[in-house]
Unconditional design. Sequence first.
Length: 122
Amino acid sequence: MVRTSHQRCTREPTGRHIDDAAAVFHLLSAPIRLRLLWWLLHHPERDVTALAAAVGAKVPAVSQHLAKLRLAGLVSARTQGAQHIYTVDDPHVAVLIEQVLDHITDSDARPRPVGPQSGPTS
C-alpha cells in the first residue's frame, strides 16, 4: 500500500463511498472543469465572466459547468450584487486537484495514459 503524508482514510470505504468517488472522478473528466478548479485554486473568488475569459470558453458553458461543480460540492458560490462569486473552500478538493496535476506535470517522462484524449499510441 502506498502511504502519503495526507492519507487519512483508515477504514474500508463502503460501496456508496466508492460510487460517490467514481461520480466525482467522472465529473472531473471534463478538461474545462479541471481548468476551472485549477483557476479558482490559484485565483480565488472569481465570477463567471472572469472564469470564462480565463479558460477561453463562453459564459453560458462555464456557468453550466460551475453549476455541476457546485451541486457536487466541489465549488461554492456567494452572491455579490447581481453576480455569483465562485471559490473552492474545501481543502480536500484543493489536494485532489493539485495532486493529480502534480502527478501529471512531474511525470512527463512516463507513458501517457491511453484514453479518448490521449491520441494515437503508435
